[in-house]
Design a protein around this ligand. Structure first.
Ligand code: VGL
Ligand code: ZN
Length: 202
């Protein structure tokens, strides 16, 4: 069974949003069109409490996009984004949601970030997504969404580690920085993931 996993298509990642991904809004019509080709559609939402440890404003004297150590892990300090129950955390208003059967929220623990839709960045806590997909017998996962080299990349890597067959639909993602995505996509290929263009999908 083919499953579409839509990563973080939220207002704050759109142009004009708090953590804007260039051209992030351009994927929305394509993500809507793709949904019709899948048996199961699920989505993730970045869903931080106010004052979250990934925000630069939570660390005195630190600046946005600076990298610090947080509990031994590298942490990029982000602008405040996707705060629970704010407009920035909502899906893009044009994202079709009628076919989305389940939404997995991440980044909800105050002290640790979570790029992947499966686990937090230290792999301490699961969102339940892997178990949900396995129970549904969903073995082939197709990923779309934002941002390509962060939440999409980390979700793809965790999915591969969990033993799923993984494909990233490259024209339905956008990166914060294209140079960083170039490295991420090579890593996906090396670990056995597939990269396709939406028109390759039957
Ligand atoms: C994301 C940075 C911080 C993402 C989320 O969705 O890619 N990136 N939080
Ligand atoms: Zn975040």
């Amino acid at each position: 069974m083919r499953t579409l996993v839509i990563i973080d298509v939220q207002n704050d990642f759109m142009p004009g949003g708090a953590l804007a991904v260039p051209e992030g809004d351009e994927i929305v019509p394509l993500v809507n069109k793709l949904q019709t080709k899948f048996d199961l559609v699920i989505a993730t939402q970045d869903w931080h409490p106010a004052g979250h440890a990934s925000f630069a404003t939570s660390h005195k004297g630190k600046e946005e996009f600076q990298v610090i150590k947080l509990d031994g892990l590298d942490q990029v300090l982000w602008p405040e984004h996707c705060i629970q129950n704010t407009r920035g955390a909502e899906f893009h208003p044009e994202l079709e949601t009628a076919k989305i059967e389940a939404i997995f929220r991440k980044g909800t623990s105050m002290k640790i970030d979570s790029y992947s839709g499966f686990y937090d960045n230290a792999h301490l806590k699961s969102t339940g997504l892997a178990g949900y997909l396995k129970e549904k017998n969903a073995r082939e996962l197709y990923f779309v969404g934002l941002a390509a080299e962060y939440c999409v990349y980390y979700s793809v890597i965790d999915a591969l580690d969990e033993g799923f067959e993984v494909t990233l639909i490259e024209d339905a993602t956008r990166a914060l920085k294209t140079e960083d995505y170039e490295k991420a996509r090579l890593d996906i290929l090396r670990k056995g993931g597939k990269l396709i263009h939406s028109e390759d999908l039957s």
